[in-house]
Design a protein around this ligand. Structure first.
Ligand code: PGA
Length: 253
């Protein structure tokens, strides 16, 4: 595992986009698992700029969304499929045939989830996945529990997640879907490169807990990233501010 500490959100976004761009150059048909949320928005902006400047070509790239709400469709503006269009896909040249996302309106969501992970692996597995960190330590929508699930699955969103995401629903918690589907921890652990991005003072306690806990703890899912053979945390100085500098330096290359 590696930790990169940078000045601010803009630097985190730029660095993350550069890593994505290098991977796409090395393997134009790579499979990229796309995150939603506030953390990756700056990275998408950099990727769009790079595309517009003809520095990167997404023609052969394959995308799988990391998670999705259950009960709303891809044309609902709060769905993550819609988010990916608005922040990334509609500006770049990923072929529509190469875009995959979970169907939040599937009649049998469990079957849909099983088929989603199977499709990912049948196509060669995730080359790259990126996540932010939820207030309860979730990655993708793998919420804290006594055990974690390996593959794409249905999840009951934690109260803290519903509260945090109410900002996208007119600040009305009652409007936030209670269920979602998410890729699982095995899907994440088998990704060839896994990036975790965090920026801002509100992430500082989450980073400290992740690096100082002596437990790899299903009640703190992001702690499992410490086991991933090629995981890079890209965080800014505010997010790093509560964690011992020497400890973080020990993860720097
Ligand atoms: P954020 O969300 O990127 O909006 O902070 C992270 C998450 O909940 O996974």
């Amino acid at each position: 595992m590696e930790v990169i500490v940078l000045k601010d959100y803009d630097a985190v976004s730029k660095k993350t986009a550069e890593i994505v761009a290098n991977l796409v150059k090395q393997k134009p048909n790579m499979i990229f698992c796309l995150p939603a949320g506030g953390s990756p928005i700056g990275m998408y902006e950099y990727l769009v700029k790079m595309y517009q400047n003809k520095e990167i070509d997404f023609q052969h790239m394959i995308t799988f969304d990391m998670d999705e709400y259950i009960g709303i469709g891809h044309d609902n503006e709060n769905s993550y499929a819609y988010f990916m269009q608005e922040h990334f896909l509609k500006y770049v040249n990923v072929s529509p045939d190469n875009i995959y996302y979970p169907d939040g309106l599937a009649s049998n969501v469990q079957e849909m989830c099983t088929a989603y992970s199977e499709k990912m692996f049948a196509m060669g597995g995730l080359d790259l996945a990126i996540t932010g960190i939820g207030d309860d330590g979730h990655i993708a929508f793998n919420e804290p529990n006594n055990y974690l699930l390996p593959r794409t699955h249905v999840v009951n969103l934690a109260d803290s997640t519903i509260k945090a995401n109410a900002r996208y629903f007119d600040n009305k918690e009652e409007l936030v879907p209670r269920k979602a589907c998410s890729i699982g921890m095995e899907d994440i652990m088998r990704s060839r490169t896994f990036l975790v991005i965090a920026s801002g003072k509100h992430k500082a306690a989450l980073i400290r807990k992740t690096f100082t806990s002596d437990h790899i703890d299903p009640m703190w899912p992001v702690s499992f990233c410490r086991l991933h053979p090629n995981c890079i945390f890209i965080i800014d100085e505010d997010a790093a501010s509560l964690t011992d500098k020497k400890l973080l330096q020990s993860y720097q290359k």
